[in-house]
Design a protein around this ligand. Sequence first.
Ligand code: ZN
Length: 211
Amino acid sequence: MEPITLALLAVGASVTYIIKVAIKNYNTAQQLRDIINKHTNYIDATYEPHGNDLQMAAACTESLNRNFKGEDILSCWNKMSIDERKQKVITLTKEAASIMGVEVNNIVFDESTTRYGSYSPNGTIYFSEPFLACDSQGEIIRTIYHELKHGTQEKAIQAGTNNPYGYDTPTLVVWVENNLKYENGDQDFLFYYGQQIEVDARGFAQSVFQG
Ligand SMILES: [Zn+2]
């Protein structure tokens, strides 16, 4: 076979592969959205900011808008390459971590297709690369603030009543109890979704960026 034919075959195969991956990712994201929207709007309506959450959210919104130069965030995001999105996520995560007083030692992009991200109290934040690659409604951007909010919860629980966020004792008690019987969603998605620390993290992220 002529080299040019081989080259064309290779290009054809990789384009087909890219399209297949994109469709698989899109379907996964859409399925997760459908589950969330179908069952859970009422749970999100119970979100209440605590302590200085509103000020913290406003500062994160300012950081976000500044990093997108005041332009429409979703239309910019959807034009960005995967590497550009990763770089933006890293910059935004570092800025927000500093605003929120959360230590982040490590930012990891993993292959999860069941979670947008997760937070480990050792200071590692994970983001799903498949969702980052197909995201079109701001889920990964909100995940930055969601996971960092878990960081403030953790820090406040450790610090107790003198925590730097002004969270009151009844709030901390609810979070400690929630942590003790935390459900990660593998067994029961709705139970996972309705947990106080999840409602708090999701509501906070939504107040930073509605999309
Ligand atoms: Zn969470």
